[in-house]
Every structure is written in structure tokens, then in C-alpha cells.
Design a protein around this ligand. Structure first.
Ligand code: NAD
Length: 244
């Protein structure tokens, strides 16, 4: 399937490493003008050295006002990937207000904030658009000591459906992609211990964790016109984990 994004401007959050970096690189290869947003200026510099055609912007997404200004400054945006996210291994009894705010500010509040700015831009221009939110299998299944992470990703799925309903009539599509474990920096923090990773692997019918390329393929499809009748879905890229 030939997927091209010529003439489109695409914003990817958390684009300096891991899954976001993979998405940004492939969107650029597909012809999009990519704006890579991240909090890590050092990583953004490395990314820009690798692909000079990328635009890079540094902002801490947990800062509502700074994020609004930054996203407005890179509009117009036709394609958005809300990828930035973080998590911690925490049981409920270990949860503090500080780690609640840290996780929800990025995984939920920032995702809503960035989407709001981009949707307002699309509505003002009376332009169609496509948005993909990177959720997780943890939105729909309990994972051990993932209290805040599971809750935050369930919020991402609910937000995705609500926005899909409201803005479908304006030809703005929004979907979620829900990956299983991918051994990025975040994935390693959760799953490096074989005592945790082996039982998880055993629950995946296809018998392997995800690669960045598995997630990228799903995201590019949902952003593309090949998915022009698809909105409001949560698309597992999980080797069958959620089916069991
Ligand atoms: N890796 C996995 O196993 C896995 C599984 C399912 C879902 N996901 C989701 O995929 C997405 C990407 O995860 P990843 O594994 O590539 O993680 P990662 O840690 O490798 O990359 C996350 C990127 O987000 C950026 N970021 C974090 N906080 C930010 C902030 N406040 N402002 C701006 N940028 C910020 C980081 O600097 C980093 O570049 C996340 O939403 C994550 O929840 C990951």
C-alpha cells in the first residue's frame, strides 16, 4: 500500500525518541513536512542532524500556556500524532499527588490541550484533518502496578471517541493506537525485569513484543486517506493480548 503525505504538515509530540521518533521519520519519508515536538532539546538536535528537513520545537507539554503558544506557532497542522507519554510502576497505595500530576499532565491534559489547538486551527481553515493518539493495551486491560498509567490511557480512549463524534461532521478523524510492550526507554523501565516481562510475553498469542515499526505502520495507515472511513477506534497493536 502506497502511503503518501505530500503537501501535509504533521505535528508529532514526544518525537525525539522511541515510538515518536519512528513516526516522525516515516512521515517525513512519506512526504509530510514534520514538526517534531519534545521536551528534550539535546535529543531534538540529534534528530535534526539526522533529518535536516524536520522542524523541531522544544516545550514541556505539562506547561499548558507554553504548549498552547508553541502549537499555535507551528500551525497550520493537517496531521497530529499525540505520542508523548510517560509512566511509573506504582501500586495505588504508593500514589502521590505529585506522581498523579506528572503522569496525567502529559498523558491526558497535554494531549487534550494540543488536540484543542489543532482542531481549532482545522475548523478555522475549514480543513479536514487526521489525529492519532498513542494509547496503550493498558487502557483496556489491567497490568500489575500500572494504576496511574492504566487510568490515564483509559482517559485517552474515552477522549478519542468523544472528539471523533463531535468533529466527524467536519471531516476531522481521530483514532487511538494501543500498543503492547515496545522496548523503548519507557518500555525498558516497565519491562526489563524478566520476572515481569515473561508472564506478559506468555499472554501474547503471537509470542513477541512490539517493534517501533509495528506501531508506526498502524499510525501511518490511520493518518492516511486509506483510513478515510475510520474514526473513533482504539486499534490494538498487541499480538492478540487484548483478545484473550
Ligand atoms: N514503550 C511501550 O512499551 C509502550 C507501550 C504502549 C504505549 N506506549 C506509549 O507510546 C508513547 C511513546 O512511548 P515511548 O515508549 O516511545 O516512550 P519514550 O520514553 O521512549 O519517548 C517518549 C518521548 O516523549 C517525550 N516527553 C516526555 N514528557 C514530555 C513532556 N512533558 N513534554 C514534551 N515531551 C515529553 C520524551 O522526551 C521522549 O522523547 C507513549 O504515549 C507511551 O505511553 C508505549
Amino acid at each position: 500500500m502506497d502511503i503518501k503525505f505530500d503537501g501535509k504538515r504533521a505535528l508529532v509530540t514526544g518525537a525525539a525518541s522511541g515510538i515518536g521518533r519512528g513516526i516522525a521519520l516515516q512521515l517525513a519519508k512519506g512526504g509530510a513536512r514534520v514538526i517534531a515536538l519534545d521536551v528534550s532539546e539535546d535529543q531534538l538536535i540529534k534528530l535534526k542532524e539526522e533529518i535536516p528537513s524536520l522542524e523541531t520545537v522544544a516545550v514541556d507539554l505539562s506547561d499548558w500556556k507554553a504548549t498552547q503558544e508553541t502549537v499555535k506557532s507551528v500551525c497550520p497542522i493537517d496531521l497530529l500524532v499525540n505520542n508523548a507519554g510517560l509512566g511509573e510502576i506504582l501500586a495505588l497505595t504508593q500514589v502521590t499527588e505529585e506522581n498523579y500530576n506528572k503522569i496525567f499532565n502529559v498523558n491526558v491534559k497535554a494531549l487534550i490541550n494540543v488536540t484543542k489547538v489543532v482542531v481549532e486551527d482545522l475548523l478555522n481553515r475549514e480543513s479536514p484533518g487526521a489525529i492519532v493518539n498513542i494509547s496503550s493495551q493498558a487502557s483496556q486491560a489491567a497490568l500489575p502496578n500500572h494504576t496511574l498509567y492504566c487510568a490515564s490511557k483509559a482517559a485517552v480512549d474515552g477522549f478519542t471517541r468523544a472528539v471523533a463524534m463531535d468533529y466527524g461532521p467536519k471531516k476531522i478523524r481521530i483514532n487511538a493506537v494501543n500498543p503492547t510492550v515496545v522496548m523503548t526507554e519507557l518500555g525498558r523501565r516497565f519491562w526489563s525485569d524478566p520476572a515481569l516481562s515473561q508472564p506478559m510475553l506468555a499472554k501474547i498469542p503471537l509470542g513477541r513484543f512490539g517493534e517501533i515499526s509495528d506501531v508506526v505502520a498502524a499510525v501511518l495507515f490511520l493518518l492516511s486517506d486509506h483510513a478515510s472511513l475510520i474514526t473513533g477506534i482504539c486499534f490494538p497493536v498487541d499480538g492478540g493480548f487484548l483478545a484473550c
